[in-house]
Design a protein around this ligand. Sequence first.
Ligand SMILES: Cc1cc2nc3c(=O)[nH]c(=O)nc-3n(C[C@H](O)[C@H](O)[C@H](O)COP(=O)(O)O)c2cc1C
Length: 324
Amino acid sequence: MSITTKFTEAFGVEHPIVQGGMQWVGRAELAAAVSDAGALGLITALTQPTPKDLAEEIARCRDLTDKPFGVNLTILPTINPPPYDEYRQVIVDAGIKIVETAGSNPAPHLPMFHDNGIKVLHKCTSVRHAVKAQSLGVDGISIDGFECAGHPGEDDIPGLVLIPAAAKEIEIPMIASGGFADARGLVAALALGADGINMGSRFMCTQESPIHQKVKEAIVAGSELDTELIFRPLRNTGRVASNAVSRKVVDILDEGGQFGDIADLVSGKRGAKVYETGDLDAGIWWIGTAMGLIDDIPAVGELVSRIVSDAEEIITARLAEALR
Ligand SMILES: Cc1cc2nc3c(=O)[nH]c(=O)nc-3n(C[C@H](O)[C@H](O)[C@H](O)COP(=O)(O)O)c2cc1C
């Protein structure tokens, strides 16, 4: 048995499960393992310092799996943007067929991707942005609820309402994101009107995830209460692990501090150090409330087959029995 949805059919993926882009984490090892397991693995473009490095990372991923994988292109609202057109060109030249866009309006990137037969899955955090992306012609929506790691937006609407509210408006394939970690989440997402799930935190805590073992152990030990919302006063909210640095950032901004006062604390360089060295207080590191649902560090293949087979069991046994 398998779970077939509008997403699996349109995007040519066996299981309705996506591994969302993850800065510093979404490298070839993880994306290849996820795609090899029949889900959709994504390399995170901006983790690679230059477009040339991205080309090499894509080649490395190809050596690790024969299955299709995609690339996440996060569109950052920065004054000095990375060379997006060069990253885009690398994605096209490498023959990638699926791109996850996130962060901002994907419009400038769509013509080139579509001209080259690339399907675009746009990740956003509100129904209005999902509707806008659908009208721009993206091929799928990933709707990211307040539970998520990363940037949940400023509306604070959790998936239980956000997913069915989006499902009312979205006709193209739609993936539910934020707070998903197991089969119960997948079945719930399907019931709420989505065509599959996107997971970041859960895939981050797997054997193939290229981060320090101590971070994975901290995720297993952590609960749903152990995240912090930073950058709220700047209206660029981020959900990260609660640690000495994130709590300091919250305090400084709550006391009227500006971005310049926290820039060093939140630098990407410090964040990368957490994943490299396992020093949990070296900087900001991203994790969602799904941390409370993560109790082990499985191989990706084991995780994906567990989610799919448990979901089939929930649908055919537990839910079917409830009908009697
Ligand atoms: C460590 C980490 C880094 C992330 N970096 C990015 C990123 O660079 N771009 C992006 O679009 N989403 C990023 N995300 C968000 C994920 O793609 C995904 O939307 C989110 O993790 C879903 O929520 P979940 O963690 O509850 O599964 C990141 C998530 C994590 C855990």
